[in-house]
Write a protein that binds this ligand. Structure first.
Ligand SMILES: *Cc1c(COP(=O)(O)O)cnc(C)c1O
Length: 432
């Protein structure tokens, strides 16, 4: 590869070859060419609210495109104002499109919830019908169950890892669903949904009418690639593994070829007017973090496998939910995990034996290396109590059904030595 070609994404040869490269290489190469910025190897930070037009005519044309006014030629509008677009945000979006297999378009947001809520507001009609994974991330649940009413949504939670439950929900719905929102593995129950099978059930009934979205925060972009299973939208809380250092809040939605262009176009219009725009500084940090995404997630998964294996053997631990511990005895979950995921990730959920809130608290107060904090996907290990923290907004019925009990603990394994982590957890288990 000649150096000028390898460094120049404007050349079609580079673009076509990019797809042949491993995503970890794309994460480093894609989205930015030094020749546009004084040959600076790393992108400069465009900390500006507004951009100068080269002429009044150019300004007129950019607005025509940005606001879809008569005469809009459908091209990218050009840089206007950082609520609409900013080079650092675009570099990160372009990198994300390059590393997510099957993605073609993206819109970045200042949080994962902003990505999810803005997308739903942009794409769903008033009175939309939504089927979603039970359980789902607490904020998503809150939006669908509490705010959704204002927009006339009817949202229904189903254990999407159970295909017969999905089938009967689809068959019993008087009208087709407008959206099916999947989260797999689910948070915090770690249930695994067969994305391809759900896509098939929906497409054979409703064709493309139903938008299918996956929140891929737990395993992607390294271990799970939902566009390859035919979904329309992929969400990330970039606060987690994409940022990877627990030092920022951000989110993104991606879409595939074909109608993905229109979907992201509408989402961007809503983003511009609702005003939830990612800051250039945060986009710059995410661009840097992406370069180590594979390194971090692969190492964290190795460490999590060791921690989960050790926990599973401890007499005070009743049960460990971790994809890497699934075996043939676990039936469909194991089969789905094997065909859909290329690694287990680093989220572990486990149940303490014979424990109520008091025992769980004693354990959580005794850990020293793991931080007692919500969030996940950082370089440091984080431990929390879903029932009273991340999922405390769920109703008693929902908590019982999803087995989010007082004895359940959620652990995000970071990059500390797995030996130190196991010792810390075992010492704390002795305190119960
Ligand atoms: C954290 C999280 C979100 C929300 O993201 P924020 O960046 O906190 O807004 C959504 N989905 C999942 C699975 C998450 O873990």
């Amino acid at each position: 590869m000649s150096s000028s070609e390898s460094n120049d994404q404007s050349q079609p040869a580079y673009k076509s070859r990019l797809r042949e490269l491993h995503p970890s290489t794309r994460a480093i190469l894609a989205g930015y060419a030094s020749k546009f910025s004084e040959r600076s190897v790393k992108p400069p930070l465009f900390r500006t609210s507004t951009f100068e037009f080269s002429s009044a005519e150019e300004g007129r044309q950019f607005f025509q495109r940005a606001y879809h006014l008569p005469g809009d030629d459908g091209k990218e509008p050009g840089l206007i104002y950082s609520r609409l677009n900013n080079p650092n945000v675009e570099i990160w979006e372009d990198k994300m499109v390059a590393i997510e297999n099957g993605a073609a378009f993206a819109a970045a947001f200042p949080s994962g919830m902003s990505a999810i809520s803005t997308t739903l507001l942009a794409l769903l009609p008033v009175g939309a019908r939504i089927l979603y994974t039970d359980p789902v991330y607490g904020g998503t649940y809150f939006f669908l169950e509490h705010f959704g009413e204002r927009f006339g949504y009817s949202a229904r939670a189903v254990d999407t890892s159970d295909l017969s439950a999905v089938e009967s929900a689809l068959d019993n719905s008087p009208q087709p669903y407008d959206m099916v929102f999947l989260e797999t593995p689910s948070n915090p129950s770690m249930t695994i949904t067969d994305i391809q099978a759900v896509v098939q059930l929906i497409r054979t009934r409703n064709g493309a009418r139903t938008l299918i979205a996956v929140d891929n925060t737990f395993l992607g972009p390294v271990f799970q690639h939902p566009f390859l299973q035919g979904v329309d939208l992929v969400f990330y809380s970039a606060t987690k593994f994409l940022g990877g250092h627990s030092d920022l809040i951000a989110g993104i939605v991606l879409a595939g070829e074909g109608r993905g262009k229109d979907l992201i176009g509408v989402i961007r219009d809503f983003r511009t007017i609702l005003g939830g725009t990612l800051a250039a500084d945060t986009a710059w940090m995410l661009t840097r973090s992406l370069e180590t995404c594979w390194l971090r997630m692969e190492r964290q998964a190795e460490k999590a496998t060791k921690v989960a294996t050790a926990l599973a053997q401890h007499p005070k631990v009743e049960r460990v939910l971790f994809p890497g511990l699934l075996s043939e005895n676990d039936g469909p979950s194991y089969v789905t995990y094997k065909k859909q995921c290329t690694g287990p990730g680093s989220m572990i959920t486990f149940y303490l034996k014979d424990a109520g809130f008091k025992e769980a608290s004693r354990f959580l107060d005794a850990v020293k290396i793991c931080h007692l904090a919500v969030s996940l996907g950082g370089t440091e290990s984080l431990i929390e109590h879903p029932r009273t923290m991340t999922h405390s907004d769920m109703s008693e019925d929902d908590l019982e059904r999803c087995k989010i009990t007082n004895s359940m603990i959620r652990l995000s394994v970071g990059l500390e030595s797995s030996k130190d982590l196991v010792r810390d957890l075992f010492d704390a288990l002795d305190q119960i």
